[in-house]
Ligand binder design. Structure first.
Ligand code: XMP
Length: 485
C-alpha cells in the first residue's frame, strides 16, 4: 500500500523565528561555539562543502582561522588530497615537530645556504643521536666567514632556554616575554630534540584568536572519502597527513555501503579519528549511521543550490523538515548533525541551528570567494566564478578521465553522463574574500541569536519557535514597494 505522509515538508522560506524577550545588551556577549562532531568543537558553526569548486587548503585555512572547519574534497588523487590536508595543518603550526637541524662540524656557509633555501631564521645544532648541542640563528652568522664551523658561532646548550614537550602555549609566551628569546627548542629527558616553538608562529596564532585548533595549536581540518573499497586507503593517507575528521561523503548515505565504511574505519582507528557520515534526511538514517559509529551525521538530500536530485530522482525532504526530524533522533543519540545545503543567507543559518543542527555546511556562498579553487571569469563585464554540483556532467566526466590508466582509451561518451547527472554547473558572482563572507554570516547569526535571547547555540535551540508563513509573508519579508539602490 502506498503511504502518503500527512506532514507538509517545510523549507527555510516557509518559516520565521518568533522574537522573544532578550537581556543581551551587546552581540559580543554571544557565544557561537558548537559541536562539529561528538569530540570536535568549532568556534563558529560553519563548515565548507567538500566540493572541487569550494574546499581545498586555501578555503580550509581561512575558515579554520575564522573559527569553522573546511572539508577537503575527494575529487583529486589521494596523495594530493593528503597534501592539501597537510598544508592546513602546517599553516599556523606553533609547535614544529621536526625542526631543521645541522651538525656542529658543518660550515657557516652550509648553514647560511640551508636557512636561505628553506626560508628559516635558525637551525638547531645536534649530535648524531639528535641530542641538542646549541642553536644557530641568522644573527649569529652575519659577519662570519663561510668556512667557520657551526660549533664556533652557535649559542651553546648551557646558555639556551629549552622546554619539555608538555609545555603549554601560555607558558611558552611567558618564556618569550621573560627571556627575550625567539625560539624555544623542546627536548626530552635525554636532551633529544622533540620540537621547536617560534615566537613568530605564536604571534601569527594571536592574530586569529577565534581560530579552531587541535590540542597542538594547529588549525582543524576534515577530509572527505567515498564508499568504494579503496577509499579506506585514501582515509589512511588523510589521517597520516593529520585530518581531524574523515567525512564519508555520498549523496545517499543511508546505505549498507556507507554503514560498512563507518564500521571499517571504526575498527581501524578506534576512537582516534572522528567520523562524519551522510547524507541522510530521516530519523532512521541518523540512527543507523550513528549506531554504526558516526560521530556526526550530515543531513540534506537535494536542498543544495546546484542540486537536481529532487528533479531527476523525485527524491528529497525539504531541508527544514529534514533537520527537525533528524535533530530529534540525533539528540537522543547525542550525536551532532550538520545541515548540508540550501543556505542562501545568514537567516537560513539561524533557522537551521534553531531547528536542531549543530553546524551548517555551505557551498555556494563560499564558492564565489578568492579562496575557492578556480579562476575568476569575466562575462559581460561582470566577474564570476564557476560553481558546480559534484554530480554534474563535467564534474563526473573529469573524474572518469582522471581515473583512466590509459589516456588513449576511446573518448568518453558525454551523453551517458548526462543521463545520470544530478547537479548543474553554474556561474556565480565573484564575492571577494571568504573571510569577509564568513564574518557577514556570523554577524547575521549573532543578530538572530540576540532576537531570541540566546547567548549560546544550545540556548538558540531551546528558545526557538517557528511560525509558518504564507507567500504573502515571504513577500513582506523582502524589501518591497521600493526601488532598491
Ligand atoms: P549549497 O546550497 O550551499 O549546497 O550550494 C552545497 C551542498 O550541495 C550538495 N551537492 C550536490 N547535491 N547534486 C546534488 O544533488 C550535486 O551534484 C551536488 N554537489 C553538491 C552537497 O551536499 C554540498 O555540500
Amino acid at each position: 500500500m502506498v503511504k502518503v505522509l500527512e506532514d507538509t515538508g517545510l523549507s527555510f522560506d516557509d518559516v520565521l523565528l518568533i522574537p522573544r524577550k532578550s537581556s543581551i545588551a551587546s552581540r559580543r556577549e554571544i557565544d557561537t561555539r558548537s559541536r562539529f562532531t561528538q569530540r570536535i568543537m568549532i568556534n563558529i558553526p560553519i563548515v565548507s562543502a567538500a566540493m572541487d569548486t569550494v574546499t581545498e587548503s586555501a578555503m580550509a585555512i581561512t575558515l579554520a582561522r575564522e573559527g569553522g572547519i573546511g572539508v577537503i574534497h575527494r575529487f583529486i588523487p589521494p596523495e594530493r588530497q593528503a597534501e592539501e590536508v597537510a598544508k592546513v595543518k602546517r599553516a599556523d603550526n606553533v609547535i614544529i615537530e621536526k625542526p631543521i637541524t645541522i651538525a656542529p662540524d658543518r660550515t657557516i656557509g652550509e648553514a647560511r645556504e640551508l636557512m636561505r633555501t628553506l626560508g628559516i631564521s635558525g637551525l638547531l645544532v645536534v649530535d648524531p643521536e639528535n641530542r641538542l648541542l646549541g642553536i644557530l640563528t641568522r644573527r649569529d652568522v652575519l659577519f662570519e666567514a663561510d668556512s667557520t664551523p657551526v660549533s664556533r658561532c652557535m649559542t651553546p646548550r648551557e646558555r639556551m632556554i629549552v622546554a619539555e614537550s608538555n609545555i603549554s602555549l601560555e607558558e611558552a609566551k611567558n618564556i618569550f616575554k621573560q627571556y627575550k628569546v625567539e625560539k624555544i627548542p623542546i627536548v626530552d629527558r635525554e636532551n633529544r630534540v622533540r620540537g621547536l616553538i617560534t615566537c613568530v608562529d605564536l604571534l601569527k596564532r594571536e592574530a586569529y584568536p577565534n581560530a579552531s585548533r587541535d590540542s597542538k595549536g594547529r588549525l582543524l581540518v576534515a577530509a572527505a572519502i567515498g564508499v568504494k573499497e579503496k577509499e579506506i586507503d585514501r582515509a589512511k593517507l588523510l589521517v597520516e597527513a593529520g585530518a581531524d575528521a574523515i567525512v564519508i561523503d555520498v549523496a545517499h548515505g543511508h546505505t549498507s555501503m556507507c554503514i560498512e565504511t563507518i564500521k571499517k574505519l571504526r575498527r581501524i582507528y578506534g576512537d582516534n579519528v572522528e567520523i562524519v557520515a551522510g547524507n541522510v534526511a530521516t530519523a532512521e538514517g541518523v540512527e543507523d549511521l550513528a549506531s554504526a559509529g558516526a560521530n556526526a551525521v550530515k543531513v540534506g538530500v537535494g536542498p543544495g543550490s546546484v542540486c537536481t536530485t529532487r528533479i531527476v530522482a523525485g527524491v528529497g525532504v525539504p531541508q527544514l523538515s529534514a533537520i527537525l526530524e533528524c535533530a530529534n533522533a540525533a539528540e537522543k543519540m547525542d550525536v551532532p548533525i550538520i545541515a548540508d545545503g540550501g543556505i542562501r543567507e545568514s537567516g537560513d543559518i539561524v533557522k537551521a541551528l534553531a531547528a536542531g543542527a549543530s553546524s551548517v555546511m555551505i557551498g555556494r556562498l563560499l564558492a564565489g570567494t578568492d579562496e575557492s579553487p578556480g579562476a575568476v571569469v569575466v562575462k559581460n563585464g561582470r566577474r564570476y566564478k564557476i560553481y558546480r554540483g559534484m554530480a554534474s556532467i563535467y564534474a563526473m566526466l573529469g573524474r572518469e578521465a582522471r581515473s583512466r590508466e590509459d589516456p588513449t582509451e576511446a573518448l568518453i561518451d558525454a551523453s551517458e553522463y548526462s543521463y545520470y547527472a544530478e547537479g548543474v554547473e553554474a556561474y556565480i558572482p565573484y564575492t571577494g574574500s571568504a573571510s569577509e563572507m564568513i564574518k557577514k554570516l556570523v554577524a547575521g547569526l549573532r543578530s538572530g541569536m540576540s532576537y531570541l535571547g540566546a547567548r549560546t547555540i544550545p540556548e538558540l535551540k531551546h528558545n526557538s519557535i517557528f511560525i509558518r508563513v504564507t507567500q504573502a509573508g515571504i513577500r513582506e519579508s523582502m524589501p518591497h514597494d521600493v526601488e532598491v539602490i
